[in-house]
Design a protein around this ligand. Sequence first.
Ligand SMILES: [Zn+2]
Length: 267
Amino acid sequence: MEFTDEQVTRYSRHILLPEVGGKGQKKIAKAKILIIGAGGLGSPAAFYLAAAGIGTIGLIDSDAVDLSNLQRQIIHYTPDVGRSKVLSAKEKIQALNPDVTVVMHEERFVADNALKLVADYDVVIDGVDNFPAKFLINDACFFAKKTLISGSIFRFEGQLASIKPHEGFPCYRCLYPEPPPAGLVPNCQEAGVLGVLAGTIGVLQAAEAIKEILKVGDTLADKLLIYDALDMKFRKVSRPRDPNCRLCGPHPTITNLSGDYAVSCAI
Ligand SMILES: [Zn+2]
């Protein structure tokens, strides 16, 4: 695989970096990244991954664009209200970078299709806004041995972690064993969220995904990054393996995706 002159120009600021170079840019061009949720986190992540020249970006979402999404879901524009989110996102990605192949999965990510959906990708980005879906994504990536870049946002606070138990690091359940009871934690719709925060965390997810593709730098594989936008503070806390983890521990009780991942409307 050789780059055209136009591609050498497009990716020149990457190619100049010793940590990327032409070799790294080719890895990026071959990479396949799945973004689950074309919303607040998925929008900035998809834009930057497209600009970076990721070869294939898969997008999963079954929703249509709502006017209230536009405060943070920057891949969708005002005329997109009422249109399919994955189609709206695909159009913007291809306008930004026609090198990228966009695969549209206009469906919900559920236990029945989870393993099939993640199978074709190298890295998965969690851009969903509810706990049952986060646990399903974690479990599916665990069974499929896919690196997961987990992100979440709530009011003014964001969290970020890279999840790769197949390389000996903790899974998401090592930190949060079970979803909180329905109704305990409100979602963005109920609690509100600073729009810019979605951009901050989504872009950090894109950065971690590219580092995973390039195998460079220090990742968040055993740490949790917590960002407080009100205090403008970033904290990295240690995230050890749980020796009794129900999923990745030595005596797992979760051995397939047959558990209860139903999204309660109260969450
Ligand atoms: Zn675990």
